[in-house]
Design a protein. Structure first.
Length: 256
């Protein structure tokens, strides 16, 4: 009986500890976009952010977990990529979380195919339309061609790329992204750059102030991370202490 009660208490404390730690929602993966040519595999769409009406006799070869979720259908196919999104209907969409490592001009194109008339997709970045791709010229669901979409200036950091299937008559294997880095300034030196250098005292003071600001920013970041770790340690330590106290109280024999 004592062991049973102790087991229940231990499980309860552990559950409380886990619930105290916030859950972190994440996309299927964050795709890094660097300077040069990049590929966004179509089947790497975000797990919880999509719109799909479902389709009969569809496949889930590349993303089998989507079958139970009723998500976008996929197949391995012959595109040469990890697979393709297929069985699309007008109004459905998928999205991709990407991280541009640098700012610059991003040029998009798509690897698409269609065996039923001409299929169209609209591609957005952060809800702003980049352009449209077409399967015009493809004669089979695995007859892949590259369709230009358009270009857009991007900032460094995380963005969301959304692909909306306009009429559904299209398979998507990949988005191709070419990122041209931001142009390096070649203008004449500014007045500040050509001004006479300050005396040693002023220069030292300016340098010290800059170093102080950098150190303070780093310190603040370190303190935030330290606080998060400390909270987890405190929660875990409290759980251990509670368990020890319970064990002592339960197993302690009453005096005769």
């Amino acid at each position: 009986m004592v062991k049973k009660v102790l087991s229940i208490l231990v499980v309860s404390v552990l559950m409380f500890t886990l619930l105290a730690i916030p859950a972190i929602a994440a996309p299927y993966e964050t795709i890094n976009i660097k300077a040069g040519d990049n590929t966004i595999e179509a089947v790497h769409f975000d797990t919880d952010d999509y719109s799909d009406d479902g389709a009969s006799d569809a496949k889930y070869e590349a993303r089998p977990e989507m079958e139970d979720a009723g998500g976008p259908q996929t197949e391995i196919g012959s595109s040469g990529y990890e697979g393709n999104v297929g069985w699309t209907n007008g109004g459905e969409w998928v999205q991709y979380t990407v991280n541009f490592e640098s700012a610059g001009k991003a040029t998009f194109s798509a690897e698409v195919a269609s065996g039923n008339d001409v299929g169209l997709i609209d591609v957005y970045i952060d809800d702003a339309l980049i352009g449209q791709a077409s399967s015009d010229g493809s004669t089979d669901w695995q007859d892949w061609l590259t369709s230009d979409i358009g270009s857009v200036d991007v900032t460094a950091g995380t963005h969301v790329i959304k692909v909306e299937f306009v009429n559904g008559n299209i398979n998507l294997a990949a988005l191709l992204v070419n990122l041209e880095g931001a142009a390096v300034a070649t203008d004449a030196p500014t007045e500040a750059e050509t001004a006479a250098p300050a005396d040693d005292a002023d220069g030292d003071a300016t340098t010290a102030a800059a170093e102080g600001e950098t150190t303070t920013a780093a310190s603040d970041k370190g303190e935030d991370e330290g606080i998060n770790v400390m909270l987890l340690v405190i929660i875990a330590a409290a759980a251990v202490i509670v368990i020890i106290i319970i064990v002592v109280l339960v197993t302690k024999k009453k005096p005769s």
